[in-house]
Design a protein around this ligand. Structure first.
Ligand code: AMP
Ligand code: GLY
Length: 424
């Protein structure tokens, strides 16, 4: 089977590597990919949101399945585009259509969905420029800190958590009246602050049945001790020690089942991943957000723990036979540490030559922001590489990742030395 993976980050390298291990794979293509995917698949230099270019790639390379990594092509309707095209309609796309992608594409939609289907989440209301005054009044009914969320996609920057009521009112006005996050913040969700620890649960569904994949914890802040600006993610660990069987049972009964059933009841035929961002509030799970894709860097610890064929699960999603499929999980702990460009998540330089990558033997090196230049690996993004290792404990796995990182160099390389600090 020939498969096309859309995207270019560590998540997509992890998909590519995992799928490359399937006996059913003939050729793998990644668009646009990175220097890591180039070693095991053929990169195609197109933009995943350019659907006509995706179509040409699919037809020219006899692609039989498309796996969508990031949210942007899903929210823009890549799956709908395939279904509406006579040449593409029978080629399965792993990832929801536009209607399902709204779970991530609109916070207002996802909060409404949760309320309608009794899925535990923070109390909320949505506001626009028209009812700004009511927004101020709603803020007054809440306690600090105040959580404001731009309704639309805002490159991971659309959530503000503010300590004072004055600041919250000022920012609400900035968002709805002055388009602080552009069109994405013309509607803003204001919600109650949830106090607890976060984890991510990943579900794969064919629209009727589902599989719950290993859970993971991501470290989002740039600085050690979870300080400083938010990033796409600086590291991850799977499994999560506090996600006990009892807790995960609550997640399945209170959240996963009503989510999959709710989609069906609402007539949304959802085929793909659901990433549920959860807060553990005194032992009870509450949903912070849905994403309609896998997490990055969570994928870099979740997929390597899946010991069986991932393509078999994807075929179950494509043909709605997921209920007949089974999969196995490596019980060991996986950790990943992200190497980033100095300055990230603010301004940073690109094009730095990387050395020592070939000396890493005990960890999996997932490329994220890398490219090949004259046969050398050079940096091309803020998040550059994720170094994943296994261990019997979190400490052991992290020790291996950090030892591997000692081999790798590039100018202004930065990484967090305290991934897992809160868990060990
Ligand atoms: P989101 O983009 O919705 O995941 O929000 C980004 C981050 O803001 C989350 O990962 C949480 O750390 C935090 N956050 C979002 N909503 C809440 C909430 N209601 N209470 C506490 N923290 C939140
Ligand atoms: N690591 C968080 C995300 O992928 O959104």
């Amino acid at each position: 089977m020939n498969i096309l993976i859309l995207g270019s980050g560590g998540r997509e390298h992890a998909f590519t590597l995992k799928l490359s291990q399937s006996e059913k794979i003939n050729q793998l293509f990644v668009a646009p990919g990175n220097a890591g995917t180039a070693q095991i698949a053929q990169n195609i230099a197109i933009n995943p949101t350019d659907f006509n270019a995706v179509k040409d790639t699919v037809l020219n390379n006899n692609i039989q399945m498309v796996v969508v990594g990031p949210e942007a092509p899903l929210v823009a309707g890549v799956h709908d585009f395939f279904l509406a095209d006579a040449d593409l309609k029978n080629i399965p796309v792993i990832g929801p259509k536009k209607d399902g992608a709204l779970l991530e594409g609109s916070k207002d939609f996802s909060k409404n969905f949760m309320e309608k289907h009794n899925i535990p989440t923070a109390r909320y209301q949505s506001f626009t420029q028209e009812n700004l005054i009511e927004g101020y009044a709603f803020l007054e009914t809440l306690k600090a800190p105040y959580v404001l969320k731009a309704d639309g996609l805002a490159a991971g920057k659309g959530v503000l958590i503010l300590d004072s009521l004055e600041e919250a009112k000022k920012e609400l006005k900035e968002m709805v009246s002055n388009q602080k996050f552009g069109e994405a913040s013309s509607t803003v969700v204001i919600e109650e602050f949830l106090d607890g620890i976060e984890l991510s649960v990943f579900v794969l569904t064919d629209g009727k049945n589902y599989k719950i994949l290993p859970s993971a914890k991501d470290y989002k802040r740039i600085g050690e001790g979870d300080k400083g600006l938010n990033t796409g993610g600086m590291g991850a660990i799977s499994p999560v020690p506090f996600a006990t069987e009892d807790f995960l049972q609550k997640v399945e009964e209170r959240i996963v089942k009503p989510t999959v059933d709710g989609l069906q009841k609402d007539g949304i035929d959802y085929r793909g991943f659901i990433f549920i961002g959860l807060m553990n509030v005194d032992g009870n799970p509450q949903v912070i957000e849905y994403n309609v894709r896998m997490g990055d860097p969570e994928t870099e610890v979740v997929l390597p723990r899946i010991a069986s064929d991932l393509l078999d699960l994807f075929e179950g999603v494509a043909h709605q036979t997921l209920a007949e499929k089974s999969f196995s999980i490596n019980p060991k702990t996986a950790t990943t540490v992200m190497l980033v460009s100095g300055g990230y998540p603010e301004g940073y330089e690109k094009g730095k030559v990387m050395t020592g990558v070939e000396k890493v033997t005990d960890s999996i090196v997932y490329h994220a922001g890398t490219t090949l230049k004259d046969d050398q690996i050079v940096t091309s993004g803020g998040r550059v590489m994720a170094i994943t290792s296994f261990g019997d404990t979190i400490e052991e796995a992290l020790k291996t990742s950090y030892t591997s990182i000692d081999h790798i160099h590039f100018d202004k390389m930065n990484y967090r030395k305290d991934i897992g600090f809160d868990l060990v």
